[in-house]
Design a protein around this ligand. Structure first.
Ligand SMILES: NC(=[NH2+])NCCC[C@H]1O[C@@H](n2cnc3c(N)ncnc32)[C@H](O)[C@@H]1O
Length: 426
């Protein structure tokens, strides 16, 4: 494996393994989380030629992070980042700034499937909600808190909202005659003092690809601090779903377009098009059911009562799809489902499904485009893993890495494993 004739003109850089990687080919280098690899050549965006313990091979760049300490030492510069961290890793100013606008609040309120799902949860649990204390984390305009006060008889609802919209929420609570029950707390949930523990923590925290924005961390922190023993989390569970799919319209408008615009040959721009349009996930993609090439599957499932913040650093799921029909494999599409367990034992669990077979929501779905389309005949197996790696610096961001291989009954040789990483967004 060691290549003596490598010309290592630049000194190798030390990188740390973010998670275990098992070689899928003779030229790949296996390593474990925490291993310190020497990267000699960044041969491509996704694969780097590296060395570990005298062995060399290709390592996936998305599994590696620069050892910041080490890089400072290399430069002989030791900045004290405590003073001059110019940007907040949570980007809270722009995050809460955006939620202070009516545009986003209107988008969420206009999302009938989303808002009605939460209303149904309150309505069907109105009896057991009587006399309970509820926390609505990230209440926005307070719509869920108002559902609680109007459709049930809770003892109290703590409506928590960090953005400036909270100034208006108080007025909405009064105008709807709920000021006896609903109290608005303006501020970050992590920093607020509430009057006491709560029986139910309800929140609409889900982002694109379920976790983007990582508001879920705030929900888990609030659970650990304010939810009483035996209390209920709404949503109680969440699943990330995935399916291999066709995306011919998107592929045509972003890639095929360059073949002959106005009779000219612009194919020289196609590699730029690939990196600009296909290297990151596409939010708000509306997947048509007929473009699913297999039965979708849940790749990651979260129990909101037992999930820990540390679990969010890296989440891993496996998948095996049987391709049900001939078609063009352009990419994978993901979405999520969240469950709301009933407050009463053995009563039905309600669910909000943001997938292609349900009423569209403002999230729509998220499309991960392959570098190039693959023709499938039907009957093949697409199997692999999906990794959600939270950005260690920018805490609302993550990178989604999908590793897959395609095997068909005809082909007996070992199938090639492909891998692609999609930063979301940093
Ligand atoms: N489903 C989502 N992706 N976003 C929809 C809900 C987000 C709402 O929660 C508020 N919010 C988010 N995090 C927090 C927090 N830690 N504390 C208080 N309000 C918050 C945010 O200002 C916005 O009004």
């Amino acid at each position: 494996m060691h290549q003596d004739n490598e010309d290592y003109t630049n000194p190798p850089e030390e990188f740390i393994g973010l998670s275990d990687f098992t070689s899928c080919g003779s030229d790949q280098l296996s390593f474990r989380a925490g291993d310190r690899l020497l990267v000699h050549t960044k041969t491509s965006a996704d694969w780097w030629w590296a060395e570990l313990g005298g062995l060399c091979g290709y390592a996936p760049s998305s599994y590696l992070k620069q050892d910041v300490e080490d890089s400072y030492l290399n430069q002989g510069v030791k900045e004290d980042t405590s003073e001059n961290t110019s940007e907040d890793p949570w980007q809270d100013e722009e995050y809460f700034g955006s939620y202070g606008t009516l545009r986003l609040q209107l988008e969420m309120l206009s999302d009938r499937a989303r808002t009605e799902a939460y209303r149904q949860v309150i309505l069907t649990n109105s009896a057991p909600l009587k006399g309970k204390v509820v926390m609505d984390l990230g209440c926005g305009t307070g719509v869920i808190s108002l559902f609680c006060a109007r459709l049930a008889q809770p003892k109290a609802v703590y409506a928590v909202e960090a953005s400036s919209i909270a100034e208006h929420t108080e007025t909405l609570v009064r105008q709807n005659g709920c000021e006896e029950v609903v109290t608005v707390f303006q501020g970050r949930a992590e920093e607020l003092e509430l009057p006491g523990t709560v029986d139910i923590l309800i929140s609409e925290w889900m982002g694109n690809c379920l976790l983007f924005e990582f508001m879920v961390e705030s929900v888990l922190q609030a659970r650990d601090r304010w939810l009483r023993e035996g209390g209920m989390m709404w949503p109680s569970g969440a699943s990330l779903c995935l399916v291999p799919c066709q995306a011919l319209d998107y592929y045509t408008e972003r890639m095929v377009f360059w073949e002959q615009p106005y009779g000219l040959d612009f194919t020289a721009l196609q590699s730029l098009a690939q990196s600009e349009f296909f290297s990151r996930p596409r939010f708000s993609h509306l997947l048509k059911p007929e473009d699913c090439l297999a039965t979708p599957c849940d790749v990651i499932t979260l129990d909101m009562l037992t999930l820990h913040v540390t679990d969010l650093e890296k989440l891993r799921g496996q998948f095996t799809f049987i391709v049900e029909k001939a078609g063009t494999f352009h990419g994978f599409t993901s979405w999520f489902r969240v469950q709301f367990q009933s407050l009463e034992r053995d009563k039905t669990t309600l669910e909000l499904d943001t997938g292609p077979y349900s009423e569209p929501t403002h999230w729509k779905q998220t499309l991960f485009m392959l570098d190039g389309p693959i023709l499938l005949l039907g009957g093949e197996t697409v199997s692999g893993i999906i990794l959600l790696h939270r950005n260690p610096v920018w805490r609302r961001h993550m990178t989604v890495t999908i590793q897959w291989s395609i095997s068909s009954t005809e082909e007996t040789g070992n199938c090639m494993v492909q891998s692609k990483s999609f930063p979301m967004w940093r």
